[in-house]
Design a protein around this ligand. Structure first.
Ligand code: NAD
Length: 499
């Protein structure tokens, strides 16, 4: 019998009651390994009500005690790292070492959230007027929700609930229905770490569950990460219902390779960032832009043997560089983009279509694919492929190279590889993209900085985690106070000023 995944509400496992289910595959074998309940509007409303009640007491817990739950949670996740990584790997398809990286990057946001007493301290001005002091405080919003994608089932939920809960909110997590087991386990560990029941709830589902969150009057903020069309829909619908929304979308990140770059290192960086996790990272580098024909020819000459040496395997194989993509539908989509590239006239140097892993012929594997002579007019360049496909777009000058990411519809990340500090500095300052790497292929900012792209890679104006995350999950209140001192003040009919 197929294993049934459950919701996690009010500190308990709750069976799905809607009668609607999704299938959770093992992408290594292509088999269904579990079924996940898809919540109804009513089921979501019950979870929101549970969270609303739990939040009142949680907000009254002092910030240092809330931080202690985060410290304890970190220790528990570290204790369970191996089991969590395996659980993640066999639902997502990323290799175990990469699954551990997914969990570790999430834990780094938990470490940041451990500093919440300091982050919530507020500001104080003594003597802003005669006998008047002004202070501000950051207060939680109430019930807030996170809607997360399949590609980082540990890191992205922790980005969101780590900061939100430390700030005194209660949280509803609607994780991806493709790999829902790790998010549930994380919520169980939060309970074990001392979080009161009902403060963190996991409710699975699809559009119906998402819409229930977007329209529920007691949900005060929505944090979303996923593809751009859905991000835009979530932003428009959530804000139309009076909510604060941050909605991160898709990406197509470029790596500009200058003639003076350390080419051995560039090849390692490009191969790792284009093909790692089968290209299913929003900060992958699926486009390389060598500057000058000589640079392009040398780059391709070195890339081909490095790509041929890649080992594609079962995600639990410690020797595999990358595993399968998440679903058969996604495999077909990526392969259709490869065909599109061919039809559009790009030069296919390595073709990963039809790749079969011996003994795992039904797994969702795709071999590494390399295109040269890709141009900005091609749809296969303009759109996100999200698979193990590296496209080379040749540019004659740095200006031409920099225009590509700047004019692309997405603006998540970008990298430049060079030894020229001045060129890198100018590029970083001028490029129309939210996160920049200088000789760093995947510039995901550390937890105490903030994560967020530009253009169609993010809707809303507040980033994930760091102090921006604290801003997103709190509202500021400013108090102006004067205590009776015996001094009388005249009746005033004009606006008080500081004159
Ligand atoms: P997705 O948009 O299909 O799903 C994301 C979430 O939205 C899931 O929880 C899903 O259940 C929900 N959803 C799906 N269809 C919906 C609908 N019609 N209405 C309401 N909700 C819906 O994304 P995915 O395939 O899970 O993840 C991959 C995408 O996420 C890629 O585009 C990738 O670039 C992007 N991503 C972006 C970032 C970032 O920070 N910018 C990070 C990771 C992933």
């Amino acid at each position: 019998m197929t294993r049934e995944i459950t919701h996690f509400v009010n500190g308990r496992s709750v069976s799905g009651g809607s009668g609607r289910w999704g299938e959770v595959f093992n992408p290594n074998t292509g088999e269904v390994q579990a079924k996940v309940p898809l919540a109804s509007k009513d089921e979501m409303a019950k979870a929101v009500e549970t969270a609303r009640q739990a939040q009142i007491a949680w907000a009254a817990v002092n910030p240092q005690r809330r931080a202690r739950v985060m410290f304890a949670f970190k220790a528990l996740v570290e204790r369970e790292m191996d089991a969590l990584a395996e659980m993640l790997s066999i639902e997502h398809g990323k290799v175990i070492a990469d699954a551990k990286g997914d969990i570790q990057r999430g834990l780094e946001v938990i470490e940041f959230a451990c500093g919440v007493p300091h982050l919530l301290k507020g500001e104080y001005t003594e003597g802003a007027g005669p006998g008047i002091d002004v202070y501000s405080m950051r207060q939680p919003l109430g019930v807030v929700a996170g809607i997360t994608p399949f590609n980082f089932p540990a890191m992205i939920p922790m980005w969101m609930f780590g900061v939100a809960i430390a700030c005194g909110n209660a949280f509803i997590l609607k994780p991806s229905e493709k790999d829902p087991s790790v998010p549930v386990r994380l919520a169980e560990l939060m309970l074990e770490a001392g979080l009161p029941e009902g403060v963190l709830n996991v409710v699975h589902g699809d559009k119906e569950a998402v819409d229930a969150l977007l329209t529920h009057p007691d949900v005060k903020a929505i944090s979303f990460v996923g593809s751009s069309d859905i991000a835009q829909y979530v932003y428009a619908t959530g804000t139309a219902h009076g909510k604060r929304v941050q909605a991160m979308g898709g990406a197509k990140n470029h790596g500009v390779v200058m003639p003076d770059a350390d080419m051995d290192q560039v090849v390692k960086d490009l191969v790792g960032s284009a093909f790692g996790s089968a290209g299913e990272r929003c900060m992958a580098l699926p486009v390389a832009v060598p500057v000058g024909e000589k640079t392009a020819d040398e780059l391709i000459e070195r890339l081909v043997p490095a790509i041929d040496a890649l080992r594609i395997g079962v995600s639990t194989d410690p020797d595999a560089h990358y595993g399968p993509v998440v679903s058969d539908a996604h495999r077909k989509k990526v392969e259709s983009y490869i065909q599109m590239g061919v039809d559009e006239g790009a030069k296919l140097i390595r073709d990963g279509r039809g790749f079969e892993l011996q003994g795992h012929e039904k797994g969702f594997f795709i071999g590494p694919t390399l295109f040269d002579n890709v141009t900005p007019k091609m749809r296969s360049y303009q759109e996100e492929i999200f698979g193990p496909v590296l496209q080379i777009v040749r540019a004659a000058t740095l200006e031409e190279a920099a225009r590509l990411p700047s004019e692309h519809q997405y603006g998540n990340g970008v990298a430049i590889f060079t030894r020229n500090g001045l060129a890198a500095r100018e590029f970083a300052a001028k490029v129309n993209v939210g996160m920049v790497g200088i000789n760093v292929p995947i510039p995901v900012p550390v937890a105490y900085h903030t994560f967020g792209g530009w253009k169609r890679s993010a809707f809303g104006d507040v980033n994930q985690h760091g102090t921006e995350g604290v801003r997103f999950f709190t509202k500021i209140k400013t108090v102006t106070q004067r205590w009776p001192s015996g001094e009388a003040f005249d009746q005033a009919f004009v606006i008080p000023t500081m004159q």
